[in-house]
Write a protein that binds this ligand. Structure first.
Ligand code: A2P
Length: 285
């Protein structure tokens, strides 16, 4: 039987699935197969980005999957070097052409890049492209509360989503509190701590015990923790069995105590912090 993720409502009235497939670090070829597997397993949300280099693969899978376009929810992201009023439209058009689509459901500013100081004008361009129908909903990634505050103050439009690295051991409490207060959904990237060497998180004894109790895997316990925290979640996998497993999390519930036990897991990130990530990505651009 196909699993199905619940639908959430965004602050612009649009809806999206609460769980999807992330394809960061999925190589060309692998990404296409993973997206086809995911759609076959019941996923409807697929999250890619221009910088991942696999939008063509995602597009090829969308074209082949046999599911109607309007049933799918496709997210992609504007890369750092494409910020600025004149650059956004051509960057979006290039993404749409690689994806083989005439609109994306969600377009995100990938990083705030405060040193460039272009995210406000970039955001105004996002609003324009949304009004033209090329984008259904607009949001951001990796924005801290002060970046969000500035967007809202200067444009009057809150993003529908702030997609940030978030997993047990890296709970992002400040961003979550700000977003909750401003009706912005938080979406967890690297929800299994994959970018920080997820193997150590998934071997945590507390997760192993809960996995045993519920007859689930540690990854399913962590994904369930995201869901019950009201987060949107996009675990990455290129393995059919894991892709199926990761959406099969809607037939059990963690208790309040178990939720806080998972939240109290110490950091698994070993010195890798957002500022370092930010510096790394700035040098890519
Ligand atoms: P793979 O693609 O080889 O399955 P992230 O936290 O960034 O979403 O990354 C998840 C990481 O955990 C990936 O490296 C992925 O590797 C792996 N993974 C995904 N699903 C599972 C699962 N159900 N069990 C174990 N590892 C998983």
């Amino acid at each position: 039987m196909q699993a199905k993720a619940p639908t959430i409502t965004l602050n612009d009235g649009n809806t999206m699935p609460q769980l999807g497939l992330g394809v960061w670090r999925a190589r060309l070829g692998d990404a296409k197969r993973a997206v086809l597997d995911a759609i076959g397993a019941g996923y409807r949300l697929i999250d890619t980005a221009a910088i991942y280099g696999n939008e063509e693969d995602v597009g090829a899978a969308i074209a082949e999957c046999g599911v109607a376009r309007e049933e799918l929810f496709i997210t992609t992201k504007l890369w750092n070097s494409d910020q600025g009023a004149e650059n956004v439209r051509p960057a979006l058009e290039a993404s749409l052409s690689r994806l083989g689509l005439d609109y994306v459901d969600l377009y995100l500013i990938h990083w705030p890049m405060p040193d460039l100081d272009l995210y406000v004008e970039t955001w105004k361009e996002f609003e324009k492209l949304r009004s033209e129908g090329l984008i259904r909903s607009i949001g951001v990634c990796n924005f801290e509360p002060d970046h969000l505050e500035r967007l809202i103050n200067e444009t009057g439009t809150a993003p529908v989503i702030d997609q940030v690295e978030l997993h047990p051991g890296f709970n992002q409490e400040k961003i979550r509190a700000y977003c909750d207060a401003h009706n912005i959904r938080v979406e967890s990237w690297s929800p299994l701590s994959g970018s920080a060497g997820g193997a150590s998180l998934l071997q945590d004894h507390r997760l192993l015990e809960l996995a045993e109790k519920y007859d689930k895997s540690p990854a399913q316990i962590v994904i369930r923790w995201h869901i019950q925290n009201n987060l949107t979640v996009i675990p990455k996998s290129v393995h059919t069995e894991r892709i199926r497993q990761n959406i099969d999390v809607f037939d059990f519930a963690l208790t309040i105590e178990e939720m806080s036990t998972i939240s109290s897991i110490e950091s698994t990130r070993q010195g890798h912090n957002p500022l370092e990530m930010y510096r790394r990505t700035t040098s890519i651009s």
